[in-house]
Design a protein around this ligand. Structure first.
Ligand SMILES: Cc1cc2nc3c(=O)[nH]c(=O)nc-3n(C[C@H](O)[C@H](O)[C@H](O)COP(=O)(O)O)c2cc1C
Length: 174
């Protein structure tokens, strides 16, 4: 596996990955900074990699994998789910976290896993911070219900803050 620089600093070096693909006979998986299906296809086409590994790009959008599969198998772009389906996914994710982990850990891990959804939905950094300060699952649920009921309430001018501001936009490269 060829990985980007330590601690995810800088950009993934797809040129280097392409060189490795050319230089070895074993299958190479590319990874780093892949955020969309178009980008995934662009990286596979550019590097010639046998597959991809995706970390941060899947946070807050686990449907990314079906979008990539769809694009690679049909050539068609599959739209992201609508807000209602995303909230259903968030609620299901919370249920899974709370089922799998003890209460204290679930509360903390929920912050890490739910705020990427909120960022991708366009909620501001302040709103995500507010969610992270909630110290009870009922309060988390209430917050998310409020988001769903009144989406404008927590959207702000800074809503486009990226959770990964260093990412260059590969969507247009496809
Ligand atoms: C939450 C998280 C946990 C990770 N844990 C590890 C790890 O335990 N070992 C490792 O080598 N890389 C780890 N990584 C790095 C990823 O394997 C990957 O190289 C990196 O995130 C770049 O890919 P990405 O841009 O798709 O996230 C982790 C990344 C994330 C986001």
């Amino acid at each position: 596996m060829v990985v980007p620089k330590p601690a995810c600093l800088g950009q993934a070096e797809y040129e280097t990955i392409a060189e490795v693909v050319d230089g070895v006979t074993i299958p190479v998986f590319a990874n780093g900074d892949i955020e969309s299906a178009q980008q995934a296809k662009a990286v596979m086409d550019y590097t010639g990699a046998a597959g991809l590994m995706i970390g941060r790009g899947a946070q807050g959008q686990p449907w990314l994998f079906r979008q990539i599969h769809h694009l690679l198998t049909t050539g068609q772009y599959l739209a992201s789910p609508k807000s209602e389906e995303i909230h259903t996914c968030i609620n299901q994710h919370l249920i899974e976290i709370r089922t799998f982990y003890c209460a204290e850990l679930a509360l903390r891990l929920s912050r890490k896993h739910i705020t990427p959804y909120l960022a991708r939905l366009g909620y501001s950094r302040q709103a995500r911070k507010a969610f992270n300060l909630l110290d009870h699952p009922d309060l988390q649920d209430e917050f998310l219900n409020q988001c769903q009921a009144s989406p404008d309430l927590l959207l702000s001018e800074t809503s486009q803050d990226s959770i990964y501001p260093n990412n260059k936009n590969w969507n247009q490269a496809a």
